[in-house]
Design a binder for this molecule. Sequence first.
Ligand SMILES: [Zn+2]
Ligand SMILES: [Zn+2]
Length: 206
Amino acid sequence: MFSPDRFQSHIEKATAFHGHWCPGLARGIRAAVWALEHFGSATDEEIVTVTETDMCAVDAIQALVGCTFGKGNLIFRNRGKVAFSFFRRCDGKSARIVAKAAPHMPSARMQEIRVELDSPDISDQRREELEIEATQIRTRECDRLLSLPFEELFEVKDVTFSMPSKARRLPTILCEKCGEGVMSSMIHELDGKKLCIDCMDATNGL
Ligand SMILES: [Zn+2]
Ligand SMILES: [Zn+2]
């Protein structure tokens, strides 16, 4: 068992980036620390992360591993899974980690609490009680995620897709309808006009 204190500096850094402390971020911290141990940091090595989630956990990857959308070394491959694939360019090493579903989901009770909190005739006292209970559940879940061995939180697998190619700087083209500048890969031609996605959808009546 690990002591949650082991992650204290990571918790502080990731929470400052993410804006709050939550179970999603706690799980993300475990993924990020694993990546740092097995692949190093993106500030020292050329590391690319492919994330299959855009929820809380990915912020720990951005804050701790240093892969970010703006730098082009974080790629969103939306699958609705808490799964991250790491690629290291110097030696081609790669791995994909996937969150294991919790055997006891605290979410059922959390769901009940949310429903009760949303009801219009709830008393102030009851609201306070429920908010305290919700905070306790979240805190327990964060502690659990920080103390379990990594193997109980994530499964390590091979990556089944190829390493994303380096982000290329593409020319900007002006959309012929709205006049806004668009990266050339996002321009579509419709009836001989070069259009951005929104103008193309509007033309198609979407
Ligand atoms: Zn969060
Ligand atoms: Zn346009």
